[in-house]
Design a protein around this ligand. Structure first.
Ligand code: ADP
Length: 250
């Protein structure tokens, strides 16, 4: 069980410990995300291989999009671009009115840290930090005071059922436990946008359903979510599906 009965049945007041600090407001007249002719290729041995081709679509504030398609279709690449983790692409990417394609690298990183929580397929926890310290990282980007940070971390540990792991290092956790920490880290600062790459791939099915229920709840409260998934069940939690094949939207 990931969430305690207390947290599962009681609706915490807005801004209370448990839901984290209020999400940084994202105000925009148009779509939250706008992609125009986004392209990404890799070059090896003089050969150019396209991984994303002419990706053009919008994501509205409050949307819940599932990106699906066969392995190698470009799903993770697209999510990484959306998450400001990849800058080797061309085309236009606008996030809440900010033209990401015109922003210098540092400004992109800052924009991502401010608004986006990212769940990595391979967790990407910081090896030299404990579980509790990993959870503190996104809060430190938001200048949350130390005492509040500690309260939020304690609550997240409780909600995700990992209190007993707080002083362990990532290498001392199972894959599923690392995935839970990765999800907790992505949501702890209440980002306006959650990008999740196969978020339940290493969880037991019941844990996976609880995570998807949490995503549904966050989305109902206004969080925009984009997930990469192979699971029809998980995709059904979202509002719409974007299909990729060989880098193209189909
Ligand atoms: P998916 O998430 O749909 O399985 P990915 O986005 O991970 O697909 O990868 C899409 C394609 O891009 C794959 O063919 C993969 O081999 C290729 N690719 C990803 N990263 C690199 C890289 N660093 N160098 C070369 N090719 C890459």
């Amino acid at each position: 069980m990931i969430f305690s009965r207390r947290t599962a049945t009681r609706e915490p007041p807005e801004g209370a410990v448990g839901v984290g600090p209020a999400a940084a407001p994202l105000v925009t007249d148009g779509p939250l995300v706008s992609l125009r002719n986004l392209e990404r290729f890799y070059e090896a041995g003089g050969t150019r291989t396209y991984v994303l081709r002419n990706i053009t679509f919008d994501i509205a504030l409050g949307d819940f999009v599932s990106i699906m398609g066969p392995s190698g279709a470009g799903k993770s690449t697209l999510l990484n671009v959306l998450g400001m983790l990849d800058s080797g692409w061309s085309g236009e990417y606008t996030l809440a009115g900010q033209q990401v394609h015109r922003l210098p690298h540092k400004a992109r990183i800052a924009l991502g840290r401010r608004h986006i929580g990212f769940v990595f397929q391979q967790y990407h926890l910081l090896d030299e930090l404990t579980v509790a310290e990993n959870l503190e990282v996104p809060l430190s980007y938001r200048d949350v005071p130390k005492a509040e940070r500690q309260a939020l971390v304690a609550d997240a540990l409780d909600r995700f059922g990992i209190v007993g792991k707080k002083d362990l290092y990532p290498r001392q956790l199972s894959g599923g436990q690392q995935q839970l920490v990765g999800i907790a880290r992505a949501v702890i600062a209440r980002p306006a946008v959650i990008l999740a790459d196969e978020p339940t791939g290493n969880l037991h099915s019941s844990q996976g359903r609880e995570i998807m229920a949490m995503f549904r709840d966050l989305n109902a409260k206004g969080t925009t979510i984009v997930q990469v998934t192979h699971s029809e069940e998980n995709a059904a939690v979202g509002k719409r599906i974007v299909q990729l094949r060989d880098g193209w939207m189909t």
